[in-house]
Write a protein that binds this ligand. Sequence first.
Ligand code: ATP
Length: 194
Amino acid sequence: GTKIIGLTGGIGSGKSTMANYFASLGVPVYIADEEAKKILYLPAVVAEVKGAFGEMVFTNGLPDKAKLAGVVFNNPEKLAVLNGIIHPKVKEHFLEWVKMHNSQNFVIKEAAILFESGSYKDCDKVILVTAPKDLRIKRVMQRDNVTEEQVLNRMANQWDEEKKVVLSDYIIHNIDREAAKNEAYKIFSELNNM
Ligand code: ATP
């Protein structure tokens, strides 16, 4: 059947950049973070969020991402409740998407927290995009116009790269763009011959 290839990396590593590159080679790419955001507005999910968090996190009848983020920020218990609502729906949606691409040799699932969420266990192979921490910080500060402290805060919820390397099948070292693309192309070829 269709193989599921996870694509992940810490904030600013360049996983979106690499996902776009794989997509340009014709690989179907599922962007888990984007899909998860849409899932928040499904009627069944809206009802569950209201039940768990109340009107407080709503604006104009729909869950408000900023308000929800404020509530779960630095609150692991509430974050777990929110994830418990969202994650099963995300999983279901993803599996339907895979079915739609069942003529493909493989598809890619891009997710920032593939390891942290445990969903790497549902992948046949995992590709990790890495870059030195200082470089990742600089990239995100530029891209999002945020401070170093804000980037470090976001990184605090993610595993260290050393821990991810051990669990990965392929690694893309994304310092130089062209070199990284070459590494990605090699992986693409190997996956096609899998
Ligand atoms: P996040 O987890 O925050 O979404 P990401 O891992 O998806 O980050 P990208 O958005 O792909 O990372 O890359 C972060 C920023 O760094 C982007 O602005 C991107 O254009 C830039 N970038 C990516 N790769 C390189 C590179 N090799 N050289 C210079 N800039 C790069």
